[in-house]
Design a protein around this ligand. Structure first.
Ligand SMILES: Nc1ncnc2c1ncn2[C@@H]1O[C@H](COP(=O)(O)OP(=O)(O)OP(=O)(O)O)[C@@H](O)[C@H]1O
Length: 243
């Protein structure tokens, strides 16, 4: 069974078509690099998949549940890092993570251990008592990733998870995401193409709401290679999103 299955998914904001008859699916344990220039429709697709927005047309299923018919079943199976993480700046890191864990119905007895587990994974253990508003942007981003991982949901939807991180934090988060493969199904949106090359086997490139490439990275590179050798993901991206 596909863990994410999107069929003819379409979203219009008045006359603007943000997502245009999108089709893709992800098998269990796959990581899909979800790419596209600014305004291509990535965040809108992620909001449709997580039930934050209703579609204009088409269907989306997560773990076999229709996103719009069974929103609670879907939300229980998804960890979502939106473009702007939903943080409460006046809370401490530990207070916030415990709060989200309760919202996600992590059982009371295992709650502290689960908070510690995600804090360890995201490198937050040393800042648990600090107020979120006093953390650097990179650490705030880690808190956003940590809340998505709470409860170990089978599907993770990460909208630019390394945004605002410095190069070493970025490498850490990349390794973390790579480590999620196999155990979690991950939809990963990013503008950092080497990140995709390092973490994803499969890539989907959106342009003006439509799919312009959807394949394994290896096949795309082969397909776009010329006499001068193998095309890089960056070259492929620029070529397909130029118009
Ligand atoms: N609430 C809204 N009302 C009207 N138009 C919107 C709304 N949200 C997004 N759009 C438009 O829909 C299109 C897709 O936007 P979206 O944010 O999904 O793109 P994106 O690929 O995530 O871009 P970025 O990489 O800049 O985050 C854009 O043209 C955007 O202006």
């Amino acid at each position: 069974m596909a863990m994410i299955e999107v069929r003819q998914l379409t979203k219009r904001y008045r006359e603007r078509v943000a997502v245009d008859h999108l089709d893709f699916s992800l098998a269990e344990g796959e990581i899909l690099g979800f790419l596209g220039p600014n305004g291509a429709g990535k965040s809108t697709t992620m909001k449709l998949l997580t039930g934050f927005l209703p579609p204009s047309e088409g269907t989306a299923r997560v773990a076999g549940f229709d996103v719009f018919e069974h929103p609670l079943e879907v939300k229980r199976r998804i960890g979502y890092l939106p473009e702007t993480p939903p943080l409460y700046p006046e809370m401490t890191v530990v207070g916030y993570l415990r709060f989200v864990a309760r919202l996600k119905q992590v059982p009371g007895r295992g709650l502290n251990a689960e908070v510690e587990r995600v804090a360890g994974l995201t490198g937050l253990s040393d800042v648990m008592g600090r107020l979120i508003q006093n953390l650097s942007k990179g650490y705030q981003q880690r808190v956003g990733i940590a809340q998505a991982l709470l409860g170990s949901p089978p599907v993770l939807i990460l909208d630019e998870p390394t945004e605002g991180l410095d190069p070493s934090q970025r490498a850490e988060v990349r390794a973390l995401i790579k480590g999620l493969a196999g155990k979690h199904t991950v939809l990963l949106s990013t503008h950092i193409l080497p990140e995709v090359t390092m973490t994803c086997e499969k890539v989907l490139i959106l342009h003006q709401g439509r799919v312009v490439a959807y394949d394994t990275l290896r096949k795309l590179e082969r397909q776009h290679s010329g006499a001068d050798g193998k095309a890089s993901l960056e070259e492929i991206f620029i070529r397909l999103t130029a118009a």
